[in-house]
Design a protein around this ligand. Structure first.
Ligand SMILES: Cc1cc2nc3c(=O)[nH]c(=O)nc-3n(C[C@H](O)[C@H](O)[C@H](O)COP(=O)(O)O)c2cc1C
Length: 304
């Protein structure tokens, strides 16, 4: 038997595999395709204080080895989540992790205060890294002082485990990671999407309505892996890694680089069952390689 349990700050996940925010809805959309009870966690779609329609279409574009999106945090707002969505998913035996967004620090605080009152939610992921909104979002995550300010403010409003999701669109991600650690984050998750764009040469127009969007999928994996490894060495809090994980081998690489847990995003669009396969693959790898616990993979890359 392999022990798959993972601890992130004060909360426990039964295995290291979760679905990434914005790529798995609220989990309810996948009930017919897979057993949600198998997942370590579901990082639900980005939540804001009020309803958001998101950006105009087109807001997705396929790229070699990845995709661009400019969804722009479409969601019905935190009150709708609490009243209508959470009751439908709360009975599943998996961690439900709200992904908190805002245009201002006050917005972030207001959303967090509402979640702080909820039963059964043990952690939030503070998204200071969305590249697809005009106000707030990534603006908070690309400068150290603003990343620290929003983390400090949310820390005061939230009693349980606080995960801060970092943007890769920075010169030195370790500086931001250390900043949010100092501001009270219990863990960091990385990476969000890389700012990119696509043009249709025939029409000479941009493909996305917003011109630029966020790149995800296998194309970003080597850069995400490098960032996870750098952040793992720079901070003393757990790192949750993601970016182009398509199978168990990718997930294991992220754990060897220092991820205590991993998230799967774009791969869900190709195979809704991918997370289950990754959980089984991590377990098989541990058995084959003499690891009695998945947590022993964390940072176990051999460098000499
Ligand atoms: C369509 C789409 C929507 C996303 N929405 C969110 C979001 O609401 N909040 C967030 O923190 N990240 C969001 N992300 C980023 C993912 O959670 C993840 O960080 C990123 O896609 C990298 O992982 P991947 O390469 O496995 O997809 C979104 C990504 C995609 C592709």
């Amino acid at each position: 038997m392999v022990d798959l349990e993972i601890k992130i700050g004060g909360f426990t996940m039964k295995n290291p595999v979760s679905t990434a925010s914005g790529t798995f809805g609220f989990g309810e959309e996948f009930i017919d395709f897979m057993d949600l009870n198998r997942l370590g966690g579901i990082f639900v779609k980005g939540l804001t204080l009020k309803n958001r329609e998101g950006n105009p279409y087109p807001r997705m574009a396929e790229t070699p080895s990845g995709m661009l999106n400019a969804v722009g945090l479409q969601n019905k707002g935190i009150d709708y989540f609490i009243k209508h969505t959470y009751p439908k998913i709360k009975h599943f035996d998996t961690q439900i992790i709200p992904n908190v967004n805002g245009a201002t620090v006050e917005d972030y605080i207001a959303v967090t205060e509402k979640i702080n009152e909820m039963d059964g939610i043990e952690t939030i992921e503070l998204n200071i890294s969305c590249p697809n909104v005009k106000e707030g979002g990534m603006a908070f995550g690309v400068s150290c002082p603003s990343a620290v300010a929003v983390t400090e403010a949310v820390r005061k409003a939230y009693d349980k485990t606080l995960i801060v999701k970092l943007s890769p669109n920075v010169t030195d991600i370790t500086e931001i990671a250390k900043g949010v650690e100092g501001a009270g984050a219990d863990a960091v998750s990385l990476v969000n999407t890389f700012l990119g764009m696509a043009i249709d040469a025939k029409t000479r127009k941009p493909i996305l309505s917003t011109v630029t969007g966020g790149l995800s999928g296998p194309a970003i994996k080597p850069i995400a892996l490098r960032m996870v490894w750098q952040v793992y060495q720079a901070v003393n809090i757990p790192v949750i890694g993601m970016g182009g994980i398509m199978d168990a081998t990718d997930a294991i690489e992220f754990m060897l680089a220092g991820s205590s847990a991993i998230q799967i995003g774009t791969a869900n669009f190709m195979d809704p069952q991918v997370s289950i396969k990754v959980i089984d693959g991590i377990e098989a790898y541990c058995k084959e390689n003499g690891f009695s616990a998945a947590k022993d993979l964390v940072g176990a890359m051999i460098t000499d």
